[in-house]
Design a protein around this ligand. Structure first.
Ligand SMILES: [Zn+2]
Length: 432
């Protein structure tokens, strides 16, 4: 029987998929079992292996990869307060297009998510969004108003459904306040996700010390802004027993600090690397293009190499995008004064595959683990799987060159440094 090749479904799935689906000859990557094998994969809502469900659409998926739907622990959806850049609905559409079945949104909206009511409001926004395949969770603030002075009501935030605590966008600078936050988080078994950057040391730095920065007279970002924060956080994690999740590491020394802390026995510890810190470097900034301005700024090539080694040896257990949409007008202000951040979700799987599998020789199933098993562990969830009987929530990727263009994006924003750059695969569908 000649089956149709699996196509690209950038938007929602045809209704026929409600009956299930059948993929023949797909390369299945299952981090939960370590499987990397070409086989048939069927679903009636659960993964089947013997036969496809009756009437389900059936495809030849040769040349495609299947993996459990990815989990992004770090996104910014800007609603309320920044709907021009992204809404919960547009963010969830972008997540689905990127192959994500679950995202965790950061609470630095305006106003921030620091009360149980604001957590409920977020859940209501997600329930009204047309995109139903992506599970939406939020982190609640560490401190009231993200002001860093008084802990937010963590137990109430958790009770309303917050899955983590974070003041992302800024760290909790005051050691005493962070100690209180982490003690409560330990009691509640909530991970504390920290944007580990000491503002006083960063001193407004927007870029690492590379020739481009000096030519333009831009303020420089010293590694110590990040590493001093990482050291403080690790000390408080040891003291309080809270699960510490370090966000978007960018400096070689930060990776070393995490590895040393683990070797010394600190187990309640995880960290993430972003697609941009893994694929790009400060020396490669193409000019005054603020899509390349992130917080923390891109590391040097040496930092990127250390970050990649950390991913390979397991020190870095999660990828996460830090998807940070901004209106075009704000990013047009240039490197010195544009806001920090770039889009991530829709190019994330392709960019990290390029950085880690193509350029660093990572085993594909280990790469998939950083998008599934690693983030699931932070959320205290079992690793998603493609094994028989598992919930069938699957990202299908088509291998081959793909050059993402602005028109491909479901996000409301366009500040993405990967636009126009050839990547080695694309997400064909989120089957969930
Ligand atoms: Zn951050």
């Amino acid at each position: 029987m000649n089956l149709p090749a699996f196509p690209v479904f950038p938007g929602s799935l045809p209704d026929a998929f409600r009956r299930g689906w059948a993929l023949r000859n797909v390369r299945a990557l299952d981090p939960a079992t370590g499987e990397d094998a070409v086989r048939d994969l069927f679903s009636d809502g659960r993964v089947l292996v013997d036969a496809p469900p009756a009437g389900a659409p059936e495809f030849d998926a040769s040349g495609c990869l299947a993996m459990p739907a990815a989990i992004d622990l770090h996104v910014h959806f800007r609603e309320p307060g920044g709907e021009e850049a992204e809404t919960v609905a547009s963010g969830l559409a972008a997540a689905a297009r990127g192959g994500f079945g679950q995202v965790v949104a950061m609470p630095n909206t305006v106003p921030p998510i620091d009360t149980p009511e604001s957590v409920f409001d977020q859940r209501a926004l997600a329930s009204l969004a047309p995109e139903r395949r992506v599970r939406y969770a939020v982190a609640g603030c560490c401190t009231e108003g993200r002001a860093g002075r008084k802990p937010a009501p963590a137990a109430e935030l958790a009770g309303a459904g917050a899955v983590a605590l974070s003041d992302d966008g800024a760290m909790v600078e005051d050691d005493g306040v962070m100690r209180e936050v982490m003690r409560e988080a330990a009691w509640l078994e909530l991970p504390v996700m920290d944007h580990a950057v000491r503002a006083a040391i960063a001193a407004g730095g927007v870029v690492r010390d590379v020739p481009f920065a000096r030519e333009r007279g831009l303020r420089l970002f010293p590694d110590e802004a990040e590493t001093a924060a990482v050291e403080r956080d690790l000390a408080l994690a040891r003291e309080t027993g809270a699960w510490l999740h370090l966000q978007h590491l960018s400096a070689a020394r930060s990776v070393r600090l995490v590895a040393e802390a683990r070797a010394a026995g600190l187990q309640a510890l995880s960290c993430e690397a972003t697609p941009h810190h893994l694929l790009l470097a400060a020396e490669e900034i193409p000019g005054d293009d603020a899509s390349w301005k992130m917080n923390p700024p891109l590391g040097t090539r040496a930092d990127r190499e250390a970050l990649r080694r950390g991913v390979l040896d397991g020190t870095v257990d999660c990828f996460a995008t830090d998807h940070a949409p901004h209106p075009a007008a704000a990013k047009a202000r240039g490197f010195a004064s544009a806001p920090f951040g770039c889009l991530g979700m829709e190019t994330a799987l392709a960019a990290t595959w390029q950085a880690m599998v193509v350029e660093s020789g990572m085993r594909p199933v280990d790469w998939a683990a950083r998008w599934t098993k690693g983030p699931a562990a932070v959320l205290r969830r079992p690793a998603p799987s493609l094994a028989p009987g598992a919930e069938a929530r699957v990202a299908v990727l088509r291998t081959g060159p793909w050059t993402p263009l602005a028109g491909d994006l479901a996000s409301r924003s366009r500040n993405c440094p990967f636009l126009g750059r050839e990547l080695p695969l694309r997400v064909a569908a989120l089957l969930a």
